[in-house]
Write a protein that binds this ligand. Structure first.
Ligand code: NDP
Length: 321
């Protein structure tokens, strides 16, 4: 492939350097007149490199008639309309697997944090409160029933880690897995009702919007904890805030929110909530690996016309249940 590589948004510095060193790369965000560039040169763009957060919006896709590939830095790609891309013959890639360990590590850390109240205890010590009171008791982690919502790459890695904690594992995905011993529950509500802690690891996008509903939170119950490392869109955020404020669930550890970087102000007041700024994959090692895989996708497309890790292009039609 000849042509320009369009860098849609700021990316990991080492990835930006590699793109600029090996391909004619234009950084959209640094152009004085992006609209003028797209009007005059949009047809020269062969591939777009973007983050999972930004994707390639419809109007940008439409301004790139020669586009052949969209390369995402990140495993989630719901910000890009893949059906629209596919209809135009545009290939799409993401960065699966290389971030699974770090996201699973973070999920388990967040689960322990919210159940054992680590962040709250840290605040307790820093505030000087320890000199006049004992810290309230927390909930035991080992041996608990943990429900995994979305037993994909990351969900499985979370479950494997929790086996080491003697957890009883349960899960819900649209399709039961044939290669695990964990108990399958047929709906998110049934899963929440059966577990002590619910860990959300499904993919984002329209199909999972609001999957963790007020009913699911009710089923989780006043002793139940929620961890979300997937996407803020998966949880009915107003219902979650209400459940936490009223104490109809015990606590939540959240790496993702509906309107990042905005966090519902009511949550800032609650010691039962662990708030994280979307850092599940944010280690030096994993971000470099993501950058390398994104670059390999881009480079292979530009030299051979194929992607290393294309997203699934023919999703199996499924029914909810
Ligand atoms: P996978 O595609 O391997 O796993 C997704 C899982 O979700 C699958 O098991 C799928 O199973 C399940 N799922 C999808 N739709 C539904 C549904 N409607 N109801 C129930 N289950 C569903 O992806 P990964 O494990 O690699 O990544 C998961 C997500 O984690 C990413 O899409 C991303 O949004 C998020 N993520 C967050 C990060 C962060 O920084 N916080 C970092 C990296 C990823 P089935 O198809 O059988 O339903």
């Amino acid at each position: 492939h000849h042509g320009t590589v369009l860098q849609v948004c700021p990316l990991l510095p080492s990835l930006e350097t590699a793109l600029a060193a090996h391909h004619h790369t234009v950084r959209l965000a640094e152009l004085p007149d992006p609209e003028g560039y797209l009007r005059d040169h949009g047809g020269e763009v062969a591939a777009a490199v973007t983050s999972a957060r930004i994707g390639v919006p419809d109007d940008l896709m439409d301004a790139l008639p020669g586009l052949g590939a969209i390369v995402h830095f990140g495993v989630g790609y719901e910000t890009t309309d893949v059906a629209r891309a596919r209809a135009r013959g545009i290939d799409v890639s993401n960065t699966p697997d290389v971030l699974t360990d770090c996201v699973a590590d973070l999920a388990v850390g967040a689960l322990i944090d919210v159940m054992r109240r680590l962040s709250a205890a840290d605040r307790f010590v820093r505030s000087g409160a320890w000199t006049s009171a004992a810290f309230p008791l927390a909930a035991k982690v080992s041996g608990k029933r943990v429900g995994i919502l979305g037993l994909g790459r990351i969900g499985r890695a979370i479950a494997r880690r929790l086996e080491g904690f003697g957890a009883e594992l349960l899960y819900h995905s649209r399709t039961p897995a044939t290669d695990v011993d964990y108990a399958y529950l047929s709906s998110p509500t049934a899963l929440a009702a059966a577990c002590d802690a619910l860990v959300v690891a499904v993919s984002g996008g329209g199909a999972t919007q609001g999957l963790v509903s007020a009913d699911v939170l009710d089923a989780l119950g006043p002793q139940g904890h929620l961890v979300n490392v997937s996407r803020g869109s998966v949880v009915d955020e107003p219902a979650l805030v209400s459940a936490l404020v009223k104490g109809t669930i015990a606590g939540a550890a959240l790496d993702v929110f509906a309107h990042e970087p905005e966090v519902p102000p009511a949550l800032l007041e609650l010691d039962s909530v662990v708030l994280l700024p979307h850092i599940a994959s944010a280690t030096h090692e994993t971000r470099e690996a993501m950058g390398e895989l994104a670059f390999r996708n881009l480079h292979q497309f530009m030299t051979e016309g194929t992607l290393v890790t294309p997203v699934p292009t023919t999703p199996v039609p499924r029914t909810a249940g």
